[in-house]
Write a new protein. Structure first.
Length: 217
């Protein structure tokens, strides 16, 4: 069974803060800030690989740090552009009445905003942490919020699943599963698929699901 670990706490802190700030700012203000983050992430996921390819074509090499660096530059550049465009309307927005429904809606949007932020940063950190020294694979697998955060980003940002960051993250997860399968010859690919379905159905880790399948044989 997945349990709360330090990674869940780290992820939960900005989500709680986002809900609080969203409740205070209200729905209208939060729409502008989440729009800035969404557009920034969309631009980063959509164009980071293209810009990396342009650099490789001219320099004939691809440093390991280049895709994450271009991703961050695009996210900050585009995101801040949209954010400051929204700030230009701040005085008008502040005149809006902050009713309770408006505040609640703002809290929901604020949580989603920081979910985008934490999910994309986790994907970025995973691509940089190639040896898994900062966050171990076991910590990520047993975390309640890690997969939810990263999948929230990958499933709601168009083109996110086609980028280097996403493919690297999922590639590391698949490598880990392949290693576990090779180290356990009695476990077949069909067992891995069953374990994955079992883990999702009963909210347990895939390791626990594999152990259940092994014992049932």
């Amino acid at each position: 069974m997945c349990e709360v670990n330090f990674l869940d706490i780290i992820i939960a802190i900005p989500l709680v803060y986002g809900a609080y700030k969203g409740f205070r700012n209200g729905f209208i203000m939060e729409i502008f800030t989440i729009l800035a983050l969404f557009v920034g992430l969309y631009a980063a996921f959509t164009f980071s690989d293209q810009l990396t390819g342009m650099f490789v074509d001219t320099q004939h090499e691809e440093p390991e740090y280049l895709p994450p660096l271009i991703f961050i530059v695009l996210l900050i550049g585009v995101g801040f552009g949209v954010y400051f465009a929204g700030k230009a309307l701040e005085k008008v927005i502040k005149a809006a009445m902050l009713s309770t429904p408006n505040r609640i809606a703002g809290g929901i949007i604020g949580t989603a905003k920081f979910l985008y932020f934490t999910g994309s940063m986790l994907m970025f950190m995973t691509s940089m942490d190639k040896d898994e020294k900062f966050i171990s694979s076991d910590t990520k697998e047993n975390s309640l919020l890690y997969r939810f955060s990263t999948e929230f980003v990958s499933k709601t940002i168009p083109g996110a699943t086609e980028t280097y960051l996403y493919k690297f993250q999922t590639g590391k997860e698949n490598e880990k599963k392949e290693e576990e399968m090779n180290s356990n010859p009695e476990i077949s690919k069909e067992d891995i698929i069953k374990a994955r379905e079992l883990a999702e159905k009963y909210n347990i880790s895939e390791k626990e699901a594999i152990e259940i399948i092994k014992k049932s044989k």
